[in-house]
Each structure stands twice: as C-alpha cells, then as structure tokens.
Design a protein around this ligand. Structure first.
Ligand code: SF4
Length: 394
C-alpha cells in the first residue's frame, strides 16, 4: 500500500479486513510502498515518512498483528531495487507501454511531467516486490489482475531464459527416479495427455496429484511441472491473484471513496465528525423532499447498509425509502451506531499507538529485517543465474 497517511472506511472494508483474515491461514508480508509513492508524488517527499507512520498505525489498529504478519517498508529492503533493476533487463518496453495506467496517463497532455522512466517501469518494481518473496498469492482487486498477470509473464520469461541447462536435466532425472511407481505412471500419463492431445486439464490434475505426494518438496514439484509444461524451472514463482469479494463503500459524494476527493470517513474520526459527515452524505437525487419516494439502488447510503445493517434494517430501509415512509436522516441514523461500533476500538488503539512512535518504528525495523531475510534466497538465485553471484547480501 502506498503511504497515503490516515486510512478511511473504504480501506478498512475493501482491504484491511481481508489482510487480517489472510494472516489466520497464511504467512503474510505487507509493506509500505514508499518507492512507488515517488513515481507520482515527487512534489511532496517530506510527507512520506509521516504518512508511512500514520498508515501503519491504522493497519495495526485495524487488527493487523505484527507478530502474525511481517510489516515493513519497501525502501528498507534494498533487494526490491536490485531485483527491479535485474528484471528490467528482460522486460520488453512494449509490455510496459500496454499497462492501462501508463496508457491513461499518456493521453493526459497535462501529465507530461509525470511520465518518468520510473513511472513507466513501476510494474516491474511491483513484480519485483512480489517475486522476491516467492509469493504464492497476492490479494488484489479485479482492477489489479492485469498487473499481476504481467508479474506472471515476467516470472515465466525469466524461468524460460534461465531455468534450463544441464542441472535441470540432472535434477529432473533424480526427482523422477525417486517417485513411487504409481506416481511415476500418473506423471507419464499426464505428460502424454498434455503433449499428444493438448489436454490442459491433465496438467491441472497432475499438479493436484503431486501436491498430495508426501516427501515431495515444493521445489521438486515445481521442477516436475516445469518439465511437463516444457518450460524452464520455476526459479521465480508465478503468484496467483487472491480475489476476495470485499464490499465497496462509496464515498460521501457517491464517487469512489478517496482522500483526494475529500469524501471519506477516516478510521480516527471522532463520533460528532462521523455523524456530521454521514448527515450530509448524498442520497438518491430523486428524493428532493421528505415526501418524495426514493430508490435505494440509486443511493450510496444503501451500499453502506449492505455492509453495516442486518436483514431487518435493510428491509425497513427498502420499504420506507420506496414509500417515503422514512426520511433520509432516519435512514442514516440507523448506520451511525454500527459504524461507531467498528470505529471506536480502532480509534482508541490508533491514538494509543500514535503516542508511541518509537514502537511503530521498532515494528517496522523488525519487520524490515525479517523481510530482508525472506528476500535473500530469491535474489541469490537471480544473481547466480545472471552470473552475478557474490557475497554481499543487502
Ligand atoms: S431513505 Fe435511505 S436509501 Fe432512501 S434515499 Fe434516503 S438515504 Fe438513500
């Protein structure tokens, strides 16, 4: 996440709750993308450190436990920069020019100044961010799936270019020799089905079968699958998008909730501020007077009820809105309590933590050290394959 400072309800429901949930079953790393912030926010670099701290306070206050997840700052793990540089050597410029955000910005004449070399290359940095940790999955929204596909393409290209050679054949021989006869048979059958009849499903089934073979490590599985596909060894792991349906809370003006639109309720807003914002939130434009019937589907407040209200309240809103039996203020008042119930513990935790910036610093230092250790093996593999192996680590 880019360091944007204090977070809002849109972040909480759209991202943070999912992040917290993922830490229950997965080893997770979350980082402050401060280098990414520089690709578009060169004008106010002095804000980055402050925004980083405030944002991480809100992460933790929202339930992200630094003991269960590694929280760190991108610029404190220089391996991101090195892998970015190395990968940039194998990424055709055309791939980057096709990225939608770059195409969009190019079409805006006023944005000429922001079209930097760094901005063009930021999807490569993003790929390095993920590939460095051999991540199995990345929690993304639908709009970021294309970015992740680029990461997968970059990994494939690297694996194709550098994942073959004599060691590949020798390792494959060794792993095949160690398979039980029934697994070996299944492997050969899948290979035939894929190569001779083009059955993609055979590979998917094989992947599943291999996942259940005890004693077969992840690297060995990757090797067998790479050989079956006819690609190089999976030196860099292709990450999958973790698409979770998260609720989208529109902003107070009905547009996407965003700090730059000034249409947010932040996680640390005091109750009177929350009510004042909610009270003035836009509604169905057809309800000019209290006696005008409305349509919840055309009202951003309804989207909030879908997140915060139970069935009974929702049907009360639906009936009351369509029949003009309730006013918009009555409708909004029903939201206030559940919103404040969500926010109160977050605000309290955030305020306590904000009084101890040294604790936040400690968490980020510790997390960054852990991330450096995580990043080392992948970077060493890449260096070694590019003939750059040397002793220096960080
Ligand atoms: S009653 Fe509720 S759902 Fe209907 S327009 Fe007013 S705020 Fe929106």
């Amino acid at each position: 996440m880019r360091p944007t400072g204090a977070l809002h309800l849109g972040h909480y429901h759209g991202v943070l709750r999912n992040w917290v949930a993922l830490t229950r079953d997965h080893e997770c790393l979350y980082f402050v993308a401060d280098w990414h912030a520089l690709t578009t926010r060169l004008d106010r670099p002095e804000e980055i450190a402050h925004h980083t701290r405030e944002m991480v306070i809100d992460w933790i206050a929202s339930g992200l436990d630094p003991e269960r997840a590694t929280l760190f700052v991108q610029s404190r793990v220089r391996a991101h920069a090195e892998l970015h540089l190395l990968l940039s050597m194998i990424v055709p410029v055309g791939w980057l020019e096709r990225v939608p955000s770059y195409k969009d910005l190019r079409q805006t004449a006023a944005a000429e100044d922001t079209l930097s070399y760094g901005f063009l290359g930021y999807p490569v940095l993003m790929s390095a961010d993920v590939l460095l940790y051999r991540a199995a999955g990345v929690p993304v929204g639908e709009d970021q799936v294309a970015h992740l596909e680029l990461t997968r393409e970059i990994a494939r290209r690297f694996n194709d270019l550098y994942g073959r050679g004599p060691a590949f054949a020798a390792d494959l021989e060794r792993v095949l020799g160690g398979l039980a006869s029934d697994v070996r048979r299944a492997y050969d059958e899948a290979l035939r089905a894929y190569r001779e009849r083009g059955e993609e499903k055979a590979l998917a089934d094989l992947e599943q079968r291999l996942a259940g073979v005890s004693g077969l490590g992840a690297d060995e599985r990757d090797l067998l699958l790479a050989a079956a596909r006819g690609t190089g060894r999976a030196l860099l792991r292709e990450p999958r998008p973790l698409l979770t349906a998260t609720p989208r809370l529109p902003g107070l003006d009905g547009r996407k909730m965003s700090k730059s639109y000034g249409n947010t309720i932040t996680l640390r807003d005091e109750p009177p501020v929350v009510w004042e914002k909610l009270r003035t939130m836009v509604t169905d434009p057809a309800r000019v007077r209290r006696s005008d019937p409305g349509d919840p589907e055309k009202c951003p407040v309804w989207a909030w009820h879908l997140v915060y209200s139970d069935e009974e309240t929702r049907s009360w809103v639906d009936r009351g809105c369509r029949s003009a039996g309730i006013g918009c203020l009555d409708c909004k008042k029903r939201l206030l309590e559940p919103i404040l119930r969500d926010l109160e513990p977050i605000r309290e935790r955030a305020c306590r933590l904000a009084e101890h910036p040294e604790r936040v610093e400690e968490i980020l230092e510790d997390g960054s050290a852990r991330a450096r250790a995580w990043a080392r093996p992948a970077l060493e593999i890449v260096r070694e394959r590019l003939g750059l192996a040397h002793g220096e680590q960080d």
